[in-house]
Write a protein that binds this ligand. Structure first.
Ligand SMILES: Nc1nc2c(c(=O)[nH]1)N[C@H]1C(S)=C(S)[C@@H](COP(=O)(O)OP(=O)(O)OC[C@H]3O[C@@H](n4cnc5c(=O)[nH]c(N)nc54)[C@H](O)[C@@H]3O)O[C@H]1N2
Ligand SMILES: Nc1nc2c(c(=O)[nH]1)N[C@H]1C(S)=C(S)[C@@H](COP(=O)(O)OP(=O)(O)OC[C@H]3O[C@@H](n4cnc5c(=O)[nH]c(N)nc54)[C@H](O)[C@@H]3O)O[C@H]1N2
Ligand code: SF4
Ligand SMILES: [Mo]
Length: 680
């Protein structure tokens, strides 16, 4: 289907948000404006269902607060006082400041900071990367989301290869492990509901009995950061009761004999004392898992936002190998499926443009530290497609860094975010429906194309267009900076050497909107691990100083605060996106702190009380929900709330910027806090 942004009607689209489901959408347009969004019933996985967040997207796109033109700061950093400027002035101000910085301090003094507010590959991993490679700017290690778990999973499985979610309708047992599926992966719930009609059981293992826990047939509460021990306890029972698939272990794994010996130490009594899961429940879960087929595990992000998160995912990823569930249709596990959709990243990102520039790497989880302490210092920060003043850990440190008068900050976004309020120059961004891009889900196995449906809002520009302009202003004249969006997509879909993408080219994708990776069996040949097999024992890990076998390490107890604090995402926001939209805030009501009734009683706190949650890093204020939804010693909040006058909901003021055991990952859920009632 070909169309222009002038036409009205109903047009296909892709949800660009950082959500595993990556829904197919239909945009209804009248008088040049989006009037309605619905799910595309023809999308094979998402089948016409979408979440309320995106159903209400038009309110966000036409929110009067949306940025329509570039701005220059006139007030103090953080205050949000700006005046309108032209694009010419904006680009010239940035380019001349950067030329001066590069001459005086070198290109490393400039730090790009971005994440996946838009999952479009050319907009967040394309022209931007080419630009900063050419410049030789400091390189950002994008670790805030799933990098600990991804590295851990790779040690076991060799890459982001998992079960086809469409096959999970055949499963008889679902274990949702550290994932708030009802809110964060709703189509996995739809598929599980289909299976449930055929008798499937749903187990949820979580530190919080939230909407997903309430949906389960069996909810298993667990103490934060102890899931590795539970997985090892399950292995103990599986081996001891001979519930393992010896033929599979023999053929497809390395190290099963060592693992069998190793897990003898993780008997259910020992594991129960670590995890808080009763001994009988450990036996019961192991037997359910060992005796049900197909059995499917959805490995979530929650378990890996911890000090020990990489090892935790590495360990859980071993379970389907013990029972041979990888060969059963609908069995196995999903951590992610991106491995099947690997496109030509070198062509897209052009790391060769770095040439021999020896640039430093900065872990995004340590942004505050980088802005305050890096040597040589960061003198300019360019933020796009992310809102670090709300989402980054140890947020007060981040804001202290952003407040530096000598830091030249540029922010490209659709809104004047909390981060943008600290910027010297703010640039308006188009929404993904205004651009062309391609999308690769990290849950299902489809690659999808978005053609521009809406005309750019006001004077806004896409990320690719912005970086083309900046390249021209900086005098970067390589042809790579003149490639059109369509040319970039073509380059990404060629020369990737990925057999699963065979037959997927721009023309066919443009005609069909979505195409599925071809996967016969991931287990037909060698896996992508060094041994070519599932590595229950990993020599690579041993070489890098990790235990070669799955091993439980407790979370750090860095301080004397009484509660482990788990500030996760919520149902109606997408990270901080939508937290500034009235409709979404209304659906979410107020931010709560869930607390166990025994803890509340001991602390003299009652349901509905406003409390101060604090530690040495900062504080926030939340309204307490007292009950049995969390274990004693654990407090949970949901949502990355916007700064609001008189409201202190800034949970990341409290989170640690320690990095996890693997991949430089974030440890949002491993921090500790105290909670006191506020006299109000
Ligand atoms: N509605 C909505 N959807 C989203 C997002 C959003 O903000 N809102 N964010 C998107 C993004 S970027 C991501 S990465 C995903 C994240 O989505 P998920 O993978 O669901 O990850 P989280 O919601 O961070 O955490 C999942 C669960 O882990 C639990 N948890 C925390 N610590 C532990 C632990 O030690 N053990 C166990 N067993 N459970 C634990 C939390 O209580 C939570 O219920 O969702 C995406 N989808
Ligand atoms: N306490 C706590 N903190 C967390 C988490 C948690 O669970 N707990 N989760 C973490 C995780 S998993 C993640 S992934 C991160 C997410 O952190 P971020 O990636 O920063 O996510 P958002 O807050 O949604 O911010 C995305 C921004 O991109 C903008 N945007 C959208 N499309 C475009 C575009 O095309 N161009 C430009 N220039 N801008 C665009 C949006 O308007 C929005 O302001 O947060 C992390 N922070
Ligand atoms: S946020 Fe997720 S569930 Fe909602 S429309 Fe987008 S991809 Fe679908
Ligand atoms: Mo994420």
């Amino acid at each position: 289907m070909t169309f222009t942004t002038e036409e009205n009607g109903v047009f296909p689209a892709v949800c660009s948000l950082d959500c595993p489901d990556q829904c197919g959408l239909l945009l209804h347009k009248q008088d040049g404006k989006l009037v309605k969004i619905e799910g595309d019933p023809n999308h094979p996985v998402t089948r016409g269902n979408i979440c309320n967040k995106v159903r209400n997207m038009a309110a966000r796109l036409y929110d009067p607060k949306r940025l329509a033109y570039p701005l220059k700061r006139v007030g103090k950093k953080g205050r949000g006082e700006f005046v309108r400027i032209t694009w010419e002035e904006a680009i010239e101000t940035i380019a001349s400041r950067w030329r001066t910085l590069i001459d005086a301090d070198g290109p490393e003094s400039i730090l790009p900071y971005s994440f996946y507010g838009n999952m479009g590959r050319i907009n967040v991993e394309g022209m931007d990367r080419r630009f900063f490679h050419r410049m030789g700017a400091s390189i950002l290690d994008r670790t805030i989301c799933n990098s600990a778990g991804a590295v851990g999973y790779n040690f076991t499985m060799g890459g982001a290869f998992g079960t086809d979610p469409e096959d999970t309708v055949h499963a008889k047992l679902f274990i949702m492990w550290g994932i708030n599926t009802v809110s964060t992966n709703m189509h996995q719930v739809v598929l599980a509901e289909q299976a449930r009609k055929n008798g499937a059981k749903i187990v949820v293992i979580d530190v919080h009995k939230n909407q997903t826990g309430r949906w389960a047939d069996w909810f298993i509460p667990i103490l934060p950061g102890t899931d590795t021990a539970l997985a090892l306890g399950l292995m103990h029972v599986l081996f001891a009761e001979n519930l393992v698939d010896s033929a599979f272990l023999q053929t497809y794994t390395v190290g099963h004999e060592e693992l069998r010996e190793h897990v003898k130490a993780y008997d259910p009594v020992t594991v129960s004392a670590i995890t808080g899961v009763p001994v009988d429940d450990i036996y019961k879960l192991a037997r359910w898992y060992g005796q049900t087929s197909p059995a499917f595990i959805r490995i979530g992000n929650g378990i890996q936002h911890h000090d020990n998160g990489g090892m935790c995912v590495r360990t859980i990823a071993c379970l389907p190998a013990l029972t041979g569930q990888w060969l059963v249709r609908g069995g196995g596990a999903i951590k992610g499926n991106k491995g099947f959709l690997e496109h030509n990243k070198n062509a897209l990102q052009r790391p060769d443009l770095l040439a021999d520039k020896n640039t430093r790497v900065i872990n995004m989880n340590e942004l505050g530290k980088a802005l305050l302490e890096a040597n040589p210092p960061v003198k300019s920060l360019f933020v796009y497609t992310s809102n670090p003043a709300i989402v980054a850990p140890d947020g007060n440190k981040v804001r202290q860094g952003l407040a530096r008068e000598d830091l030249f900050t540029v922010v490209h976004d659709l809104f004047l975010t909390e981060t943008a309020r600290y910027a010297d120059i703010v640039l308006p961004a188009t929404s993904s429906y205004e651009n062309m891009d391609f999308y690769t889900s990290y849950w299902h196995r489809y690659i999808q194309l978005q053609k521009p449906v809406l005309a750019p809002y006001g004077e806004s520009k896409s990320n690719t267009e912005l970086f083309r302009l900046l390249a021209a202003a900086m005098g970067y004249d390589e042809p790579a900076f003149r490639d059109s969006d369509e040319e970039m997509i073509r380059q990404a879909l060629q020369g990737h050497g990925n057999p699963h993408l065979e037959g997927i080219d721009f023309e066919t994708l443009a005609e069909r909107n979505f195409m599925k990776a071809k996967v016969d069996s991931y287990f037909a040949g060698r896996l992508a691990t060094p041994s070519g097999k599932i590595e229950l024992y990993s020599q690579t890990m041993a070489d890098r100083g990790y235990p070669a076998l799955p091993t439980y390490t407790p979370l750090l107890t860095d301080d004397a605060y009484p509660y482990r604090f788990i500030p996760g995402p919520n149902h109606n926001f997408l990270n901080s996106t939508f937290s500034n939209n009235d409709k979404h805030v209304k659906m979410e009501k107020i931010p709560r702190l869930h607390m166990n009734s025994a803890d509340a009683l001991a602390a003299g706190i009652a349901d509905g009380d406003t409390v101060r949650v604090w530690n040495e890093r900062g504080e926030c204020e939340l309204v307490v929900s007292v009950g049995e939804n969390v274990l004693p010693g654990v407090v949970v909040s949901q949502g990355l709330w916007a700064d609001a006058p008189q409201a202190k909901h800034y949970v990341n003021a409290l989170t640690p910027d320690r990095v996890a055991d693997m991949g430089g990952g974030a440890t949002f859920f491993s921090g500790r806090v105290d909670v006191v009632k506020l006299a109000k």
